[in-house]
Design a protein around this ligand. Structure first.
Ligand code: IMP
Length: 192
């Protein structure tokens, strides 16, 4: 089985990605490869931050590695919170972040937006990036208990419920992460 490091220690993300890549790959966490500490994220785009994290790890460990960077992009807010999604209201507090988006959208006619993920894969032969998008609407208020982050205020296209009301199984069939990692899986399967 080919080992490949995913630049996260989030067990939920690791399990989701392992199931997408299948049993020909062993997905390793940051901990598994012996990395402790914070990955650098110093740029203003998802593409640059995703690349920065993967390059940082590849340069240090020289093993096949991929990172993801994702964010919520709301049209009426000019693409914000975007690269600042995780700490939009100042810290990593999902409730405060969602409140900020909801208050900025008060009275807005257009509540459309998208979650976008950018995956960067690096091995000795080079760098590849893959994008995954799920379009939808920002709800009028927080609804639902499941999921994480902005799930209670995001209603994916074709549904009437937020990500936090939908089951993880349903969400994972269409999420931005799923779509970006599926493209990575197609690329890796062609390599082998
Ligand atoms: P990261 O790229 O995984 O660090 O994601 C950045 C931020 O985007 C997270 O802290 C979440 O607030 C938000 N986010 C990313 N993916 C999702 C999702 O699937 N649902 C809800 N929020 C998400």
């Amino acid at each position: 089985m080919k080992k490949i490091c995913f630049a996260t220690n989030n067990a939920h993300k690791l399990a989701e990605v392992q199931s997408i890549l299948g049993d020909r790959f062993e997905v390793q966490s940051l901990k598994d490869i012996g990395f402790e500490g914070e990955l650098p994220e110093t740029h203003e785009t998802l593409e640059e931050n995703s690349l920065e994290k993967a390059e940082f790890l590849f340069n240090q460990f020289k093993v096949p590695v991929f990172s993801d960077d994702s964010g919520l992009e709301v049209i009426a807010l000019g693409g914000k919170p975007g690269v600042h999604t995780a700490h939009y209201a100042g810290d990593r507090n999902a409730d405060k972040n969602m409140d900020k988006v909801l208050s900025e959208l008060e009275g807005a006619n257009d509540r459309s937006g998208q979650f976008r993920a950018v995956v960067t894969y690096i091995d000795a032969s080079g760098v590849q990036q893959f994008e995954g998008i799920i379009k939808g609407q920002v709800a009028l208020e927080k609804i639902g208990k499941d999921g994480f982050g902005y799930d209670p205020i995001f209603i994916p296209e074709g549904y009437n419920q937020t990500f936090a009301e939908l089951s993880a199984e349903v969400k994972n069939t269409m999420s931005h992460r799923k779509r970006s990692v599926e493209k990575l899986a197609q690329f890796l399967n062609k390599l082998n």
